[in-house]
Design a protein around this ligand. Structure first.
Ligand SMILES: *Cc1c(COP(=O)(O)O)cnc(C)c1O
Length: 389
């Protein structure tokens, strides 16, 4: 066998691998493992969405290659959602494009814009895709540290002029994975102004834009006047509609950026199954906000119980206003991987070490609220009763 490409060798080692190994070993020993590490809802997709998929799959027209940019119906449904939810007008033909999940779109946008000599501004901690794809594309990821003292919002003024000149893309993600921080419209206004001044494409990863609590409603970057001149947003059905396995999302905003992304995509994929797009139309047009509100109420209740239990156990966690995570400082600043391993050994509860999301995630761990209530209760009971942080 030949050696893999050198570009593959520069990908950092997968930090969950060791925990995963420990988990498999524990399961084999008969330990009742509770996995709070993965952010993947166990609750099912809305029944109407499943029905619509089955119905649409019976139409032979859906069995042929789908359109590259997404079906006109899907693109109109996304534009309709943006009008109703955010008050944002989009041209479905030029400013909305279907994706096979937003991860795919985020990754390929980097290939459309960044190569050797270019810089890509990447938050730390962050969803690993931005950084790893930047490296694969041969460009330089420039770290934007997210500090607790700034509400995990980056200080864009701290980016050196020389880096800003070479920067092509600025990745931002609020509500944020993994820190659970949220951003208001004032932050997006600053970010748009910065992107415009430096001729950088602002990329808003809006995976959790619908998952908010306590009356807070997360804005879209496109609510900033003129944002479509310099911004694209990735809107995914995965998290709000429990559809992570369905692989359906949309890129919206700047038409030139979508055309560039489309040039990459037409050369390597052939679009999402039309029946899945039809099911997504049902999610947006028939199921909509009441379903999302019900899920958010479930996450809020789990959040409150988990926060109360963790505080009783001596951990300094604050309730999040967005995403379905809790971002918790380790006791006494214990290294995240060591803490996660110790917690797992003593309780069988698996959490994600913050260091898996970047150097700035060191000293934190992430808990996901996507497990059933009784499993979360049991995990919290074990932490409260059997564990000395
Ligand atoms: C889950 C997640 C995604 C991926 O969503 P898909 O549409 O399922 O690919 C993107 N960004 C962040 C920050 C996420 O947590």
């Amino acid at each position: 066998m030949p050696k893999v490409a050198s570009r593959l060798e520069q990908i950092p080692p997968y930090l969950f691998a060791e925990l995963d190994r420990q988990r498999q070993e524990a399961v084999a020993r008969g330990v009742d493992v509770i996995d709070l590490g993965i952010g993947d809802p166990v609750d099912p997709a809305p029944p109407r969405v499943v029905e619509r998929l089955a119905e649409a799959a019976r139409d032979p027209a859906a069995h042929r290659y789908p359109s590259y940019e997404g079906s006109p119906r899907f693109r109109r449904a996304v534009a309709g959602w943006y009008r109703r939810r955010f008050g944002v007008e989009l041209d479905p033909a030029r400013q909305v494009m279907a994706l096979i999940g937003s991860k795919e779109g985020l990754a390929h946008l980097i290939w459309a814009y960044a190569g050797p000599g270019d810089a890509v501004l990447v938050p730390d901690p962050a969803y690993p895709v931005y950084r790893v794809q930047t490296l694969l594309a041969g460009a330089e990821p420039w770290t934007l540290p997210l500090e607790r003292g700034r509400g995990f919002l980056p200080d864009l003024e701290a980016v050196p002029a020389e880096v800003a000149r070479r920067a092509k893309l600025l990745f931002l993600n609020y509500p944020n994975n993994p820190t659970a921080a949220v951003a208001g419209l004032d932050f997006w206004e600053e970010a748009v102004a910065w992107a415009r001044e430096h001729d950088v494409l602002l990329v808003s990863d809006a995976a959790y834009v619908e998952n908010t609590f306590d009356g807070f409603r997360a804005p879209s970057v496109l609510q900033v006047p003129g944002a479509t001149d310099c911004a694209v947003e990735f809107y995914s059905l995965s998290k709000p509609f429990n559809m992570t396995g369905w692989r359906i999302a949309a890129a919206v905003g700047n038409a030139e950026a979508l055309a560039a992304l489309g040039r990459v995509k037409t050369n390597l994929d052939s679009g999402q199954f039309t029946a899945v797009q039809e099911a997504a139309v049902a999610a947006l047009e028939e199921v909509g906000e009441p379903f999302v509100a019900r899920m958010n109420e479930i996450y809020r209740r789990r959040r409150d119980r988990a926060v109360a239990a963790l505080v009783r156990a001596g951990l300094a966690v604050e309730p999040s206003r967005g995403s379905f995570y809790l971002w918790v400082p380790t006791p006494g600043g214990e290294p995240a991987a060591a803490f996660a391993a110790r917690l797992f050994r003593e309780t069988g509860v698996l959490v994600a070490p913050g260091s898996a999301y970047g150097a700035k995630g060191e000293g934190f761990f992430r808990i996901s609220l996507t497990v059933p209530d009784d499993r979360l209760e049991e995990a919290m009971r074990r932490i409260e009763e059997g564990f000395r942080p």
